[in-house]
Design a protein around this ligand. Structure first.
Ligand code: NAD
Length: 473
């Protein structure tokens, strides 16, 4: 079931609805069929969006109280529209409807959190010679670029930080999932002054146009490391400030004293949430050899029991992969792992039929050096390896170009925390993985990220620090 007639497919630019200069097809991943035509922005429309954002900037930047009120209204409007946005998200992304609904509500929390957060001011000096403060000033027009796995959550989180800091935004969603962002953008723009938020859609060739426009003062991007690298190069000539949230290959280290059933329950949920299509998710497991077999059995049991199906079926726990290329990539990585001596304890096959479904897969008998272990699979296939000694586990977990998240599992939580401290990742957890919240810093180390989102760190990322120094007369 899809609901293509219940949402608009128009871009919001300068507070007005715009048809595209052309259209491009958006696929329903549960059927493989075309769901709708999304607008392809022309170069002139992109220019219009940046000019609208630049025109709206001075008034938006000047009135902090109005910004807080508008963000609260935006949060309420988004939450009130969750029932409308969720089916659109499920239709184009594939995730089960209740998760789509949760994604929209989670996005609203970012708007609420930033509406309530004070802009920090630091008094540096207050004496008979001078009064000096460090204050945050907005940057101007922000380009926000988002991926297809959590389009609403990631897009709105970026808006919350950028707008609260006093910037205006041009938002470009992934061509795989533009429709939920168009709808959310229309709803949010309805409560924001014209031009504060503009949404443009189109295929990847739009990327350089929205990163290279002369009015851009900041780029915030979430997506693959390869695209992040291209954006860093596009930003270099003008030294445009960047926040890049990129790929990950999170390790989960399971210690010998872990409660295996308890751990497997949570590890499976974290690794297979959104069908493994999450930047932070356990993507390779290192288990102490003494518990490896029991953990594999417990994970495989959960993988076999997980119901895979259309996101509109209330029984579905896992939907399809978002697109055929991603499904094929997961299938290739698993096939290569099996050809190199690995075993699919369960799964290991695409589900035949029209959609991009793949069976939840647990792989053993592989090690570092196999692409399923070394690369980001971004899908429902999890390699579970064994280690002898914590030093080996730490070395193997850290032997990656990525550094987004990592977790350690064990009943002696002090010991587990001590192991977690040694892991090279921006986000570390003990006995959980993917515990995210707007007030926490979220940053990738190494090739996983540049800059920080979340909390006051996120606000600072969307601001310039200004010294405000007044000599006393
Ligand atoms: P992608 O890099 O292919 O695309 C992301 C966005 O970049 C899309 O909107 C795309 O149109 C745009 N784009 C493509 N080429 C561009 C260019 N030259 N200039 C500017 N923009 C361009 O990523 P994806 O396949 O949509 O998403 C999956 C990836 O995103 C995974 O690697 C995943 O780990 C990563 N991701 C990271 C985080 C994080 O917070 N670290 C969160 C979610 C997803």
């Amino acid at each position: 079931m899809t609901t293509i007639d219940t949402f608009g497919t128009r871009m919001t630019i300068g507070g007005e609805a715009h048809e595209g200069a052309g259209g491009f097809p958006v696929t329903n991943p549960a059927t493989g069929e075309t769901l709708a035509l999304a607008p392809e922005a022309s170069e002139a429309q992109i220019d219009l969006a940046f000019r609208a954002a630049a025109d709206a900037f001075p008034a938006w930047a000047a009135d902090e109280a109005a910004r807080r009120t508008a963000l609260r209204e935006a949060a309420a409007a988004l939450s009130a529209a969750a029932e409308r946005i969720a089916p659109v998200l499920t239709s184009e992304q594939g995730k089960p409807l209740r998760l789509a609904h949760g994604e929209v509500l989670g996005a609203g929390m970012w708007l609420d959190y930033y509406a309530g957060l004070d802009l920090p001011r630091t008094t540096l000096q207050d004496d008979d010679r001078a009064y000096a403060e460090a204050v945050l000033r907005p940057l101007g027009v922000v380009t926000a670029i988002t991926p297809w796995n959590f389009p609403v959550y990631i897009g709105v989180a970026k808006l919350a930080m950028a707008l609260r800091a006093g910037n205006t935004v041009v938002l470009k969603p992934s061509p795989y999932t533009p429709l939920s962002t168009l709808l959310a953008g229309e709803i949010l723009a309805g409560v924001l002054p014209a031009g504060v938020l503009n949404v443009v859609t189109g295929r990847d060739h739009l990327g350089p146009l929205v990163t290279g426009h002369p009015l851009v003062r900041k780029i915030t991007f979430t997506g693959s490391t390869a695209t992040g690298r291209a954006i860093a190069q596009a930003a270099a000539p003008r030294f445009t400030p960047l926040t890049l949230e990129m790929g990950g290959n999170d390790a989960a280290v399971v210690l010998a004293d872990a409660d295996i059933e308890w751990t497997a329950e949570r590890l499976f949920a974290a690794a297979f949430d959104n069908n493994g299509q999450a930047c932070v998710a356990p993507k390779r497991v290192y288990a102490d050899r003494r518990v490896h077999g029991a953990l594999v059995d417990a994970l495989a049991e959960r993988a076999r029991a997980a119901k895979v199906g259309d996101g509109f079926d209330p029984a579905s726990e896992l939907g399809p992969l978002n697109n055929a290329a991603q499904r094929d990539r997961v299938a290739d990585l698993v096939a290569e792992a099996l050809a190199s001596g690995g075993t699919a304890v369960t799964g290991g096959r695409a589900v035949p039929g029209g959609g991009f479904f793949y069976e939840p897969t647990i792989v053993t008998g592989v090690s570092d050096g196999v692409r399923l272990v070394d690369e980001e699979q971004f899908g429902p296939a999890l390699p579970v390896m064994s280690f002898d000694g914590v030093d080996e586990a730490v070395a193997r977990a850290n032997n990656s170009a990525y550094g987004l998240g990592a977790s350690v599992w064990g009943t002696d939580t002090d010991r587990a925390a001590e192991v977690a401290r040694r892991l090279e990742a921006g986000n570390t957890w003990v006995n959980t993985h993917v515990a995210l919240a707007p007030h926490q810093p979220f940053a990738g180390w190494k090739s996983s990220g540049v800059g920080i989102e979340g909390g006051h760190w996120g606000l600072e990322s969307f601001s310039a620090v200004q010294l405000a120094y007044r000599a006393k007369l």
